[in-house]
Structure formats: C-alpha cells, structure tokens
Design a protein around this ligand. Structure first.
Ligand SMILES: [Cu+2]
Length: 154
C-alpha cells in the first residue's frame, strides 16, 4: 500500500470512528487504533495498560515519518507530541494518557480534538520503570492548536 492510500485509509477510519460516538455504538468506542514505533518499549507497555483496563487495541508499528504524518492528520500540536498515538471515538490520544482519562473523554464527549501527555513523565502508565513518580498534566487540544490542562496526576 502506498502512503497516500494508507493516509486515506487512516482518515476513513477516523470518520468511521466519529459515528461510534452515538449511544447505539457506545461499545465500539472502547476499541483503540494505536500507531507506534516498533522499537519503543514504553509504548508497548502503555498498550498493555489499556488492554488491562478493558480496551481492545489494534496496534500498528510504523516508521517515525509515518507516525508524524498520522499525528499531523489527527491534529496533534507538535509541542505536545511524545511517542505513540491512539485513535478512538473520533479523538486522538497522544502519549501516555491514563486509561481512566481516555474513558472519561469517550464518555463525556468534550469539544476537543484530543488529549496528550507530553514528555513521557515517569510514573505515567507504561512509564513505571524505576518506581519514580512525577506529577504530570494531561493536556487537551482543539482544532486551532490551542491547549489547556484536562487532568492532573501525581
Ligand atoms: Cu512511550
């Protein structure tokens, strides 16, 4: 598959997932499509965290170039990018966003494009190695690239 077809497929997937916002399809909104680098261990560990919390995950290993294109397509501001990205319910979830925060957004359907945890903070889901726990913020962002604090941890 060439890149253009692939991106069209990604866009089609996002449009389809917007339909999943209707209550009739509420169950489908717990399915996550994840794009990540094959070499990132913490991203795989975040995927495990989401599975443990009841999400069905379709994970795809892609090149860094492709990963950035998905993020651009999904509208993630460059300043908030870290590692993997997950798409669900028409939203983008960038980096180590905790499962309960993802659930809250999918339930409440706030007016935003997505959520991000920039900087891969120690102690966030998937970043437990070493036992260190830093305080961090889950940022929300909108279409214009504006961002604000959605949730705080630690
Ligand atoms: Cu990561």
């Amino acid at each position: 598959m060439n890149r253009r077809n692939w991106l069209q497929l990604t866009l089609a997937g996002m449009a389809t997932s917007a339909f999943a916002r209707s209550p009739l399809h509420a169950q489908r909104s717990t399915r996550l499509t994840v794009y990540k680098s094959a070499t990132c261990g913490c991203c795989a560990s975040w995927v495990d965290h989401m599975k443990r919390n009841g999400f069905a995950v379709d994970a795809h290993d892609v090149s860094d170039d492709m990963l950035n294109q998905v993020k651009t397509t999904a509208g993630v501001p460059p300043s908030l990018r870290s590692c993997h990205i997950a798409l669900a319910g028409g939203y983008a979830f960038e980096g180590h966003v905790p499962a309960d925060v993802v659930k809250k957004a999918l339930d409440e359907k706030p007016k935003l494009v997505g959520l991000a945890v920039p900087g891969m903070p120690a102690g966030s889901p998937g970043m437990e190695m070493g036992g260190r726990k830093d305080a961090y913020e889950v940022m929300a962002f909108d279409k214009s690239g504006r961002s604000w604090v959605y949730a705080k941890r630690g």
